[in-house]
Write a protein that binds this ligand. Structure first.
Ligand code: PMP
Length: 402
């Protein structure tokens, strides 16, 4: 008998399963709207010019391949914190932000989960929005936290269930951890307004909740890295201590390079040093130290004014292309095809994804009849749409809902 004979087959990853089905479909009209990676106007992966230029600089510098320190490349983590918190952030100026490089956003969340499970004194429960990015749930459970939900999405309005959100946060036990998507909520594309963020900040203060921001899309939502950092910076300005996960997968297109950062704001430099030492103690037995190349790319861009400017333009270009697709899709459905239903949410949602409101049946029909692949909750990656396929997509949606 084999040692592993009792290991049960697990379910396939819901999103990677879609890519498999898409690959197997040979119809020329096929569209993959499952994967959360940017595609250009020709439907192709996009390597940013700023990244190409940074790589040329790195190659020319003939750097060695020595190990990084446990918490990563110091220039990179410093610049990542500056990007997120802003150049004039109070804890940053006080040297009070503990930050470590991470294996992209996922790794940052995992370090954060482990740190909170070990050191956060008030609770081991994290509240995540319903729905949330699917990986949040196993990720925080595997870190040693208990996962609970707060209401977020209102199916009727295809918008934010703000009353439900406020009620659930008010009813959460004092001191609980709350996971907040900083911008471009995945999977719904629905974000709180700035005024709603202020109310959330008040409730978090009142209930002494601990805010953990997941910022996987800074710059990618609105096109401005400052605008997209509003919630994070506002919470810090209100005196909240926060945890923050950052990813450079989307905003620099560095998906497979796995570049990210995890940070905590602390009271002062002395406390920051203690927290830093514990971050090292968490990271060291997990993977010892992070990979080199992606951190050099991101750091080269963040520290070179010219490359930084070019990068900002490219982030805005990606965001704008997606915003244009939203506008065009809205026009097609509501005006040209007069598709039954209300479609303004397509325009008001933000970031990579849109919750279309299509049900499982309709999603299945789109896959089987129209060769269009998306998750069965009706989420589409807007980046998969372009000038060549958007009319076919809208027409197919129209057929599916009639
Ligand atoms: N958080 C959210 C909300 C995400 O959508 C993603 C990417 N899909 C991540 C974190 C992490 O991605 P990565 O590990 O590639 O940075």
């Amino acid at each position: 008998l084999s040692t592993w004979s009792a290991v049960p087959a697990g379910p396939p990853d819901p999103i990677l399963g879609i890519s498999e089905a898409f690959k197997a479909d040979k119809d020329p009209r096929r569209i993959n709207l499952g994967v959360g990676a940017y595609r250009d106007e020709n439907g192709k992966p996009y390597v940013l010019n700023a990244v190409k230029k940074a790589e040329e600089k790195i190659t020319a510098a003939k750097l060695d391949k020595e190990y990084l320190p446990i918490t990563g490349l110091a220039g990179f983590t410093n610049n990542a914190a500056k990007l997120a918190y802003g150049a004039n952030s109070v804890p940053r100026n006080q040297n009070a932000i503990a930050v470590t490089q991470s294996i992209s956003g996922t790794g940052a969340l995992r370090i954060g989960g482990a740190f909170l499970a070990r050191h956060y004194p008030h609770s081991k429960t994290i509240y995540v929005p319903s729905p949330t990015w699917g990986n949040h749930i196993p990720l925080f459970k595997d870190s040693g936290l208990e996962v609970k939900f707060y209401r977020y999405f209102d199916k009727k309005t295809v918008g934010l269930d703000f009353e439900g959100l406020k009620e659930d946060l008010k009813n959460a036990p004092e001191g609980a951890i709350v996971l907040l998507h900083a911008c471009a909520h995945n999977p719904t594309g629905v974000d709180p307004t700035q005024s709603q963020w202020k109310d959330i900040s008040d409730i978090v203060a009142e209930k002494k909740l601990f805010p953990f921001f997941d910022m996987a899309y800074q710059g990618f939502a609105s096109g401005s890295t400052d605008y997209d950092a509003f919630a994070v910076r506002y919470f810090v300005s209100q005196g909240h201590q926060i945890a923050l996960s950052q990813s450079f997968a989307k905003n620099m297109g560095l998906y497979g390079e796995r570049v990210g950062a995890f940070s905590l704001t602390t009271a002062d430099e002395e406390e920051r040093k203690r927290v830093d030492s514990q971050l090292k103690i968490i990271v060291r037995p997990m993977y010892s130290n992070p990979p080199l190349h992606g951190a050099h790319i991101a750091n080269t861009i963040l520290s070179d004014p010219e490359l930084y400017k070019e990068w900002e333009g490219e982030v805005k270009g990606m965001a704008d292309r997606i915003i244009n697709m939203r506008e065009r899709l809205y026009q097609l459905l509501s005006k040209e095809f007069q598709t039954p239903g209300e479609w303004s949410h397509v325009k008001s949602q933000i970031g990579m994804f849109s919750f279309t409101g299509l049900n499982t049946e309709q999603c299945k029909a789109l896959a089987e009849k129209a060769h269009i692949y998306m998750t069965m909750d009706g989420r589409i990656s807007m980046a998969g749409l372009n000038g060549s396929n958007i009319e076919y997509f809208a027409q197919s949606v129209d057929a599916a809902v009639r």
